[in-house]
Design a protein around this ligand. Structure first.
Ligand code: HEC
Length: 159
């Protein structure tokens, strides 16, 4: 085989390889974009689910059914957090002012524990509401709100 031919083959393989690599990179970026959209959707729902309890704690009218439903929904949604962070987006472009910190994926045990703390907090809140009714609203909220903040303080950052 002549030298020119070998050069051509080498060049052609390099082109194929680099386009395969960019397809891979694009697929990874798509995965990251989807992961970011999915997890943000669940956090929005967490806020939505938790809002009625917050309102009652700030002096809104107590509604036992709405209060327990809120705690149940928070527990259910919080249980999804670890799975929603299975895709590592460290180093990826994340839109918006507040984003997930890359350190989440340094070791997920602590992050997943903070998600479990929220599940447990919401279940504790449910127990309090079931036993104390309106008198337990503030205590119930105190089981949930700080668990959101504890995770945000470490794993949600401003860019
Ligand atoms: C285990 C950690 C963790 C817990 C617990 C947690 N969050 Fe978050 N939250 C995050 C991270 C990380 C982000 C950033 C996600 C992103 O931008 O991709 C976030 C983002 C959000 C957002 C912004 C979503 C958006 O549209 O950008 C809201 C709202 C939110 N959280 C509400 C809550 C509420 C309410 C609770 C408690 C009921 C809570 N979070 C508990 C980690 C947590």
């Amino acid at each position: 085989m002549g030298k020119t031919m070998m050069k051509r083959i080498a060049l052609a393989s390099a082109v194929v390889l680099s386009s395969l690599m960019s397809v891979n990179t694009m697929a990874a970026a798509d995965d990251a974009a989807k992961a970011i959209t999915d997890r943000r959707a669940v956090f929005k729902l967490l806020s939505f689910a938790n809002a009625p309890l917050g309102g009652m704690a700030r002096g809104g009218e107590f509604n036992a059914e709405a209060a327990t439903e809120a705690a149940e929904r928070v527990a259910m949604l919080a249980g999804m957090i670890p799975a929603l962070f299975a895709t590592n987006t460290a180093g990826e472009v994340q839109p918006g002012r507040y984003i997930a910190a890359d350190r989440i994926w340094d070791g997920m045990d602590d992050f997943n524990q903070k998600a479990m703390d929220l599940v447990n907090g919401a279940n504790a809140a449910l127990e309090i509401l079931n036993t104390q009714g309106a008198d337990g609203v503030r205590a119930a909220v105190a089981e949930i709100g700080p668990k959101c903040g504890a995770c945000h303080d470490v794993y949600r950052v401003e860019q």
